[in-house]
Design a protein around this ligand. Structure first.
Ligand SMILES: Nc1ncnc2c1ncn2[C@@H]1O[C@H](COP(=O)(O)OP(=O)(O)OP(=O)(O)O)[C@@H](O)[C@H]1O
Length: 261
């Protein structure tokens, strides 16, 4: 891997096995009828790409095209069945809202837990604790078990921890999908700051405006395969999400337009 490479995905494939029947009885009936008990599904299909340090890449594609699975291969929570995925440096980010949270622990306790999962020491977390709490801005709910949180509050806390981890690679999966408008803006501003500090960013989003603002390059997945890899605006045109919007207007916008799509 070249010295300036942050992420190297080489012919990576991830296959899931789908089980149709949950109980023994259902399985027996299905077997007697000669039906298939399982089926496989290729979520990431022979994908190769290289992302350089400091690049900010938008990962786009329809629902189910394999974006989150590819991020999980990059952050190491899943292994490819074929091919290799190499990364350089500490990875932070928010992949699934609330992943790594323990529902019975309070927001405060989960900040420490989540930060530890992302590789922060207790001392490091304590130093950044006030900033994390300020950014999440969930008030008195900080002491409540996170199992009682709304999905927006989960996202606020998770994103807040993620952006305060010192990382080399920041992975963001639909972080803006559940937040309200002021929080979306705050997240985009923070990601811009992270980007400008030289961190490599992979940003999964359907929001063309925020991708146009945040990324110079776009990768599009189509049914698990690499459909497009190139200039951000060309990628946005390629996915054609915004047939009713003038694509060129997006790059001039402040990103809020896209965040609302
Ligand atoms: N653990 C799993 N077991 C079985 N199938 C899975 C699993 N995780 C993902 N899949 C399947 O893989 C496909 C790709 O899912 P993935 O979440 O990567 O898509 P995505 O592009 O991120 O979609 P979205 O835009 O909806 O978030 C989907 O069809 C999904 O059902």
């Amino acid at each position: 891997m070249a010295a300036d490479t942050a992420i190297l995905v080489d012919e990576a494939t991830k296959v899931f096995t789908l089980r149709y029947h949950k109980t023994f009885k259902q399985m027996t009936v299905a077997m007697m009828r000669g039906q298939d008990l399982t089926n496989t599904f290729t979520a990431v299909d022979n994908v190769s790409l290289e992302i350089k340090q400091g690049e900010s890449v938008g990962l786009m594609g329809l629902n189910g095209s394999g974006k989150s699975t590819l991020l999980k291969l990059i952050n190491g929570t899943m292994r490819p069945d074929k091919g290799t995925v190499l990364t350089r440096g500490r990875i932070a980010g928010l992949i699934a809202t609330g992943a790594g949270f323990h529902p019975q622990l309070s927001g405060r306790e989960n900040i420490y837990l989540n930060a530890a999962i992302m590789g922060m020491s207790e001392k490091e977390t304590a130093r950044r604790y006030d900033e994390i709490v300020d950014f999440a801005d969930i008030g008195k709910f900080l002491e409540a078990p996170v199992g009682t949180y709304s999905s927006g509050m989960y996202a606020r806390l998770g994103f807040s921890v993620a952006v305060h981890v010192d990382s080399d690679i920041f992975l963001a999966d639909e972080v803006l999908a559940v937040g309200d408008k002021p929080f979306k803006k705050k997240c985009l501003d923070k990601m811009e700051e992270i980007r400008q500090s030289g961190v490599t960013i992979v940003y999964v989003s359907h929001a063309a405006g925020s991708v146009a603002r945040m990324c110079e390059r776009v990768i599009v997945l189509e049914q698990g395969k690499l459909g497009f890899d190139g200039e951000a605006m060309d990628g946005i045109r390629y996915v054609k999400y915004d047939d009713d919007l003038p694509v060129d207007a997006l790059s001039a916008g402040d990103g809020e337009l896209g965040a609302d799509i």
